[in-house]
Design a protein. Structure first.
Length: 160
């Protein structure tokens, strides 16, 4: 795919739902991006490969635009959604909260961010186990500690 083909596909897809000004703004953004990357030493093929499918980019732009409109109607901000393509060619929809749903040939399961909660729970369990073990050992040693403390006190009191 050439640069012009990329821009044509992107523009044609965006024109279905966006105003001509919004389409022009998006096309200008991607043209500027490609120019900067090429000036930085990348080839046109590398830049286009890095960008990926222009239909996927258009879908992301259109969905973000729809979410912004819906949020404005409801009176609050919406979360942004970005589409990415993995090595197997499966498109993954990713929201700002880290959850994802794929669409394409394969199905991916939502990846909820419970990792942090699991780590916190593991730390609390380990803390209780360590403290419990310490108190159990100290409880068993308490008579010995009291006898040693009493002997030490008596020794200092009468023999010092």
């Amino acid at each position: 795919m050439t640069r012009q083909e990329f821009l044509d596909i992107l523009g044609r897809t965006l024109r279905r739902e966006l105003s001509e000004q919004e389409v022009a703004d998006n096309l200008r953004y991607y043209e500027d991006y490609m120019d900067r990357e090429i000036q930085a030493g990348k080839s046109e093929e590398q830049v286009l490969a890095q960008l990926g499918d222009p239909r996927l980019i258009a879908r992301t732009i259109l969905q973000v635009d729809q979410q912004k409109e819906a949020a404005e109607e409801r009176g609050y901000e919406s979360r942004e959604t970005v589409y990415t393509e993995d090595a197997d060619g499966v498109y993954q929809e990713e929201a700002a909260d880290g959850r994802g749903t794929s669409f394409g040939d394969k199905v991916k399961v939502h990846s909820f961010q419970i990792k942090g909660w699991l780590i916190l729970l593991l730390v609390v369990v380990i803390l209780f186990l360590v403290l419990g073990t310490m108190f159990a050992v100290l409880w068993k040693l308490l008579p010995v500690i009291l006898i040693i403390a009493a002997i030490s006190w008596l020794y200092q009191r009468f023999f010092s």
